[in-house]
Design a protein around this ligand. Structure first.
Ligand SMILES: [Mn+2]
Length: 321
């Protein structure tokens, strides 16, 4: 597949003529998904177009992103059907938008904007750019082309996508363009210190106990340069912490010097296990994730499994050199 399927120009043409727009991100939206939804819908509404954003249940905006302008956000049940243009952001597969599929497919036309590896078969118009560090980089490019105003709230949403998906401008996906876009967003009023504090420097006190439990359980297989740990439903319950507050845990698990690959297994109540994988660059963890029907990028990927945690870890170690 080419690095960029279809063009910004094609998406711009569709959006320019839209009479109503609904933007949907993947379930459990991260900063990039939520930032993309908010930025595009808000800029469209400011441009005089009827516009909404939503995502499937659980419909909860993560606390650390609650500083964003959520005025275009509606509950999934209130998301309009038969929109002129529906836009899927930060994923390109129907399975990742959960219950929103029906509403999206009832739109006159479906646009998909994403930066993940994909077969790119869903939607009428696709913009899939694997070189983009964040979907909000693509949204930024589209808004500039459309000449829809990038106000401070729009800029803050775009910046949130970039700063979270690049690990604060650190992952290998970070490009000169990433910084150029970020620079323009600062010029438009984004305060990186304020956004950074909200996104990265606040947690509930209960989170300390979750960190202690997960880090205390970590194992380091030095032969395979593989470090891993597990989060249990009990950890969350005891500490009174919600699952979405634990997105940063993998960044602690992967710190061990001498580790090449890290894995965090989050065991859910129904015996479902969500796995996060990270690589320092030698190993393609997207390939490992795909053996569990998951996906992602070379250095960061994820999957869902109903196997026992020990069996999952054994299967991963089998795939390591
Ligand atoms: Mn993303």
């Amino acid at each position: 597949m080419p690095e960029r399927a279809h063009s910004v120009a094609e998406v711009v043409r569709v959006l320019r003529n839209a009479t109503s727009i609904g933007v949907v991100g993947h379930v459990g939206p991260d900063g990039d998904a939520l930032g993309s939804m908010i930025a595009l819908s808000l800029a469209a509404r400011n441009a005089g177009i009827e516009a909404y954003a939503s995502f499937a249940e659980p419909f909860v905006v993560p606390e650390e992103m609650s500083f964003l302008d959520t005025s275009t956000l509606v509950a999934p049940s209130a998301f309009p059907k038969d929109l002129d243009v529906a836009v899927v952001v930060d994923t390109s597969v129907p399975e990742r938008v959960g219950s929103m599929v029906g509403a999206l497919e009832s739109a006159r036309c479906l646009v998909v904007i994403d930066h993940h590896i994909s077969d790119g078969t869903w939607g009428d118009h696709l913009l899939i750019d694997r070189t983009a560090a964040a979907t909000t980089e693509l949204i930024y490019e589209i808004l500039i082309e459309l000449q829809w105003e990038v106000t401070e709230p729009v800029a803050a949403a775009l910046y949130t996508g970039i700063v979270t998906d690049t690990g604060r401008f650190q992952y290998s996906s970070t490009s000169p363009l990433t910084h150029t876009i970020a620079a323009d967003l600062l010029r438009r009023g984004v305060h990186p210190d304020v956004v950074g504090q909200k996104l990265f420097e606040e947690a509930s006190f209960g989170y300390y106990h979750v960190v202690a439990a997960v880090m205390g359980r970590a194992k380091f297989d030095r032969d395979h340069e593989f470090v891993w740990s597990m989060l249990t439903p009990d950890d969350l319950e005891t500490a009174g912490v919600k699952s979405h507050e634990t997105d940063g845990l993998i960044d602690l698990v992967r710190m061990a010097r001498g580790s090449e690959v890290a894995c965090l297994l989050k065991v859910k109540k129904q015996g479902v296990v969500k796995g996060s994988l990270r690589s320092r660059g030698q190993i393609d963890v997207a390939a490992i994730a795909s053996s569990f029907s998951g996906g992602g990028h070379h250095n960061a990927a994820g999957f869902t499994s109903t196997d026992q945690p020990d069996d999952i870890i054994a299967a991963i170690i089998d795939l390591l050199p």
